[in-house]
Design a protein around this ligand. Structure first.
Ligand code: DLL
Length: 435
């Protein structure tokens, strides 16, 4: 099923001419209404009239997170405050938060795109959606909520936290779909079992998981533990919130980007050079319909690649692969670039480990150190010749990490269920070097 058949299946040429028209409009609008963009365009020597074809987008300057911070809180709004009906902010672990605004029409668009996501996940107005994304300044909760209502489904506005209560509601209300971060889905599964609940017998059919990077192994794990189909949803506050891209039931590999509202590019994170379809690089988005907070060529720092092959579902919108990391969460350990997702990839391939881990980066003298703390499974832990098998596991891991990352790491195997669990996004890196 497709929510907006007309726009989601537009033939490529028609889609591209619509994108061009909308790009021309938004370029004109930001140039004439937002001081920051006028200055940036002038500095780059480009005028909105220069946008004659889609590839002319490359003449426009990039916008960065720093530009957004510099214009905190409302400096990049393209409409007066009287037209803004909603504000959200991204928490931002470093520096100032980023504030985003929406007009009434922006909220309508966002709701439609989220409704498209739910329909891509096979949901209809007959479904009950348990929404455990946080409500508040974070875009996850309200974004998914409005989309569920737009579809006409019954939404349970759970928000994050209060896990025992969530499990009770999952049993009593019998929702058929759940929205939360993938790490929270695992957390729910685990706590449910601890409470003696048969989590596989719930009515849940589908889960819409995003807001943080996850892996195929985690998908399998969640699907097994909760007995549902787990789908990936992508979005970011700056561009809109959840619902910028969504996997469909057919593909389950790559998320369709709603290209009638966003233009996507993939660039080399260091040189800024445009990369061809299929190559991994940094995602850059231009919003072409947003009124309150239009963004021109926003550098997301998210690393992914575009999949241009047509999808069986009939949607003509291009897909993006899983986000494999960020060009700015890269750890440099003794001169070696390491992405946490690479470490996760090593851990998930090993039997006897649980998908709960933490990375501790520190410095001993002038040497960076990396310690990988990871939980082992109950079976391994309860095993009779436990010490031996734990030692073997540890050795095996140290070798794998060294082979794969090219950097030596200390491994600490941890008792099951001892590492911190997360209700929103997991934050798995403790970088003591910066403190
Ligand atoms: O996380 C919006 C969202 C809410 C998306 C609910 C999906 C579901 P921010 O807090 O601004 O917005 O964080 C955006 O989260 O740049 C990515 O690095 C990461 N991210 C979001 N979705 C995914 C995903 C929301 N499916 C940042 N896979 C983005 C990997 C994701 N990373």
């Amino acid at each position: 099923m497709i929510y907006n058949e007309e726009f989601e299946t537009l033939p490529r040429e028609v889609l591209e001419s619509l994108q061009l028209k909308r790009l021309q409009q938004v370029s004109q609008r930001v140039y004439h209404t937002v001081g920051f963009y006028r200055k940036a365009f002038d500095k780059a020597g480009v005028n909105p009239d220069d946008i004659k074809s889609l590839s002319d987008i490359r003449k426009l300057p990039f916008t960065t997170k720093q530009d957004l911070r510099d214009n905190y809180p409302f400096g990049l709004f393209a409409v007066p405050m009287s037209s803004i009906v909603r504000l959200h902010a991204s928490s931002g672990t470093t520096g100032r938060a980023i504030v985003v605004g929406y007009t009434k029409r922006d909220i309508d668009t966002w709701s439609e795109l989220m409704a498209r996501c739910f329909v891509a996940a096979g949901l209809t107005k007959n479904d009950i959606i348990h929404n455990a994304y946080g409500y508040g300044l974070f875009t996850g909760g309200l974004g998914a909520h409005y989309g569920a209502e737009k579809l006409g489904a019954s939404v349970i506005p759970m928000s994050g936290g209060n896990t025992k209560r969530q499990i009770m509601i999952l049993q009593d209300f019998g929702p058929t779909a759940i929205c939360c971060t993938p790490s929270y889905a695992l957390n729910l599964a685990e706590q449910g079992v601890a409470m003696g609940v048969e989590m596989q017998s719930l009515k849940l059919r589908v889960g819409i998981f995003g807001a943080e990077p996850w892996t195929e192994k985690m998908r399998d794990e969640i699907e097994n533990k909760l007995n549902l189909t787990a789908l990936n949803i992508y979005g970011l506050s700056e561009v809109m919130g959840p619902g910028v891209a969504m996997e469909c039931m057919e593909g389950r590999c790559g998320m369709h980007i709603f290209e009638d509202h966003f233009i996507v590019e993939v660039i080399h994170p260091e040189t800024g050079e445009l990369l061809p379809y299929g190559e991994e690089g940094e995602l850059v988005f231009t919003t072409i319909t947003k009124e309150a907070f239009p963004l021109i060529r926003f550098r997301t720092r998210d690393i992914s690649r575009l999949i241009a092959e047509p999808c069986r579902c009939g949607r003509s919108h291009i897909r993006m692969d899983r986000v494999t990391g960020r060009s700015d969460d890269m750890l440099i350990i003794r001169g070696v670039n390491v992405f946490p997702s690479q470490i996760e990839a090593v851990l998930i391939g090993v039997t006897g480990l649980e998908p709960h881990y933490q990375l501790i980066v520190d410095r001993a003298g002038t040497m960076d150190t990396l310690e990988v703390q990871v939980e082992v499974s109950e079976q391994i832990f309860a095993n009779a010749d436990e010490v031996r098998s734990l030692q073997n596991l540890e050795k095996h891991l140290i070798k794998d990490l060294k082979d794969y990352l090219g950097v030596a790491a200390k491994v600490k195997l941890i008792e099951p269920k001892t590492l911190q669990r997360f209700e929103g996004k997991a934050s798995r890196i403790i970088d003591k070097r910066k403190i």
